[in-house]
Design a protein around this ligand. Structure first.
Ligand code: CO8
Length: 257
């Protein structure tokens, strides 16, 4: 049986590839469980400082597998806790996750990319929430994360019209952090991930946690959270090392402590 999720380690970066090319990487339980297991392993590996999730050149993922869910009824979706049970592991990992998107990121695929901490896109990337065409709606966070990323007007437009957004528009709108030519997407994303993973792991985690607070709290609560975590960095050996290295004009050597 083909493995629908492949993992590789590149230095301090854990790479997760969705590998179901015959179905445009349509997401099913095997894939999300595989992604969950990969994240568990990279989270537990003290050598890993950043993760990358990618698909192939045609699709990051063209949505949830329509065949898998087309005969669901309400009680099945509710009783099996569809999505909530196992589709959101990306959301809980404390290490940063970058989505490297080439080709289609539609429906649950777009939502999964948005669940990551940031999206790097190939110039071929296309984002969309076309569930309305299927008589349903975004269910993996799209109606909440898309407006936070691109604002209400574009999010409403995409969810209601089912139109796709190309990479250039996605970058202008704030959905995507960086765009690369398709043939260099993975290489450039791994390079950026290596840069991140080279910093102090507790600081990486504290920054991720603080930026995420911006979307989950009022400004004053978020500022207070940031201030407390910032104060806490002065308890780190890596802060002493980072600032001493700057003063001594040398490269810091972080110990993740
Ligand atoms: N589910 C199942 N199979 C799919 C999916 C999908 N989402 N997308 C593509 N495939 C399959 C096709 O059926 C086809 O299979 P086959 O060769 O056996 O006929 C194969 O992938 C290749 O696809 P196409 O021939 O259609 O390729 P095209 O290049 O012509 O078109 C598209 C590519 C535009 C991506 C087109 O396939 C498409 O529109 N796909 C459906 C996109 C969609 O509607 N996505 C939303 C799905 S609903 C959803 O995600 C609900 C989210 C709720 C949360 C769920 C948690 C994730």
């Amino acid at each position: 049986m083909t493995q629908v999720v492949l993992t590789e380690t590149h230095g301090k970066v854990g790479l997760i590839r969705i590998n179901r090319p015959e179905a445009m990487n349509a997401l099913n339980n095997d894939i999300v469980d595989g992604i969950g297991a990969a994240i568990d392993a990279f989270e537990a590996d003290a050598n890993i400082g950043c993760m990358v999730i990618t698909g192939n050149e045609k699709a990051f993922a063209a949505g949830a597998d329509i065949g898998f869910m087309k005969d669901f009824d309400y009680m099945h979706a509710y009783q099996t806790d569809f999505i909530t049970r196992n589709w959101e592991r990306i959301k809980t990992t404390r290490k940063p996750v970058i989505a490297a998107v080439a080709g289609f990121a539609l429906g649950g695929g777009c939502e999964m990319a948005m669940m990551c901490d940031m999206i790097y896109a190939a110039d071929t990337a296309k984002f969309g929430q076309p569930e309305i065409k299927l008589g349903t709606m975004p269910g993996l966070g799209g109606s909440q994360r898309l407006p936070r990323a691109v604002g209400k007007a574009k999010a409403m437009d995409m969810c209601l019209s089912a139109r796709m957004m190309d990479a250039a528009e996605a970058e202008r709108a704030g959905l995507v952090a960086r765009i690369f030519p398709a043939d260099t997407l993975l290489e450039e994303t791994l390079k950026a991930a290596q840069t991140i993973a080279g910093f102090s792991l507790p600081v990486i985690m504290m920054i991720k946690e603080s930026v995420n607070r911006a979307f989950e709290s009022s400004l004053n609560e978020g500022l207070l959270f940031e201030r407390r975590v910032f104060h806490a960095t002065f308890a780190l050996e890596d802060q002493k090392e980072g600032m001493a290295a700057f003063a001594e004009k040398r490269k810091p050597s972080f110990k993740n402590r």
